[in-house]
Design a protein around this ligand. Structure first.
Ligand code: FE
Length: 251
């Protein structure tokens, strides 16, 4: 399997390129608009055909690369069934299986950060978007966020996975790139609550500043990141490739 965890240093966003083999088909999770030229270069270097790009939710902190990738590669742009974006090609439903060249990802609806938040489960790992972060959980104070729903998504769906399941988040601001369900259950401070009410109260007290990009990113992402500026050759800060066999990061 080809697996590349790609970090955008400007937005501290992780994107994931997955394919069964060189020369085959690929899927990209949560692409960032500014990195599209770099994704295209990586796809070319691995001789991959991008067939699907998926956003785990409607992002508020960066502009999606879904529309640009669709334009450049002809891939399918996908989001969850209740996304507010009207321009997606397919809407994933809870339990839907995404099949790419023999690889299978299962979409699970995990509302809370946003109503349209999905996680994607593949083999030994789960791509948690902003539902579960390493040492945190996605904020629930805008875009229809709902801390009670997030509690149900976390404790009812995500944390019921085997402890050894690898957790690949949508963001990290401290250089951590992978964890596990067991580590998060044991050490994530947001998960050390004994009731839904306690979780809701904790989330209500976070008092976070709004994301800098929200007034630009949300309207743009409702248009699938279109219209775009000329992407050029990727003049912004280039994505970092986290080594496929990097040591386990821990918490
Ligand atoms: Fe988010």
């Amino acid at each position: 399997m080809i697996f590349r965890q790609l970090f955008d240093p400007q937005f501290c966003t992780y994107s994931y390129l997955i394919a069964a083999r060189r020369g085959g088909e690929a899927i990209l999770i949560d692409p960032v608009l500014e990195q599209v030229p770099h994704y295209l270069g990586l796809l070319a270097s691995l001789d991959l055909k991008l067939v699907q790009a998926v956003d785990t939710h409607l992002h508020a902190d960066h502009i999606t690369g879904l529309g640009a990738l669709r334009n450049k590669t002809g891939c399918i742009a996908a989001m969850g069934t209740n996304t507010r974006c009207e321009l997606v090609d397919i809407r994933l439903y809870d339990g839907e299986l995404i099949k790419v060249d023999g690889l299978v990802l299962r979409a699970i609806h995990t509302p809370g950060h946003t109503p349209d938040s999905y996680c994607l489960v593949m083999q030994d790992r789960v791509f948690t978007g902003d539902t579960l972060l390493i040492g945190a959980t996605g904020r629930t104070d805008f875009q229809g966020g709902d801390a009670a729903a997030q509690y149900d998504s976390l404790f009812g769906r995500i944390l019921t996975m085997p402890d050894e399941t690898l957790v690949y988040p949508g963001h990290d601001y401290k250089g951590r790139w992978v964890s596990s369900i067991g580590e998060q259950k044991a050490h994530n401070p947001r998960l050390q609550v004994d009731s839904k009410a306690a979780y809701v109260e904790m989330m209500a007290r976070l008092d976070l500043a709004p994301p800098k990009m929200i007034k630009i990113a949300v309207p743009a992402n409702l248009q699938l990141g279109l219209p775009q500026q000329d992407l050029g050759d990727g003049a912004g800060p280039k994505m970092l490739e986290i080594a496929a066999l990097a040591p386990f990061a821990g918490v």
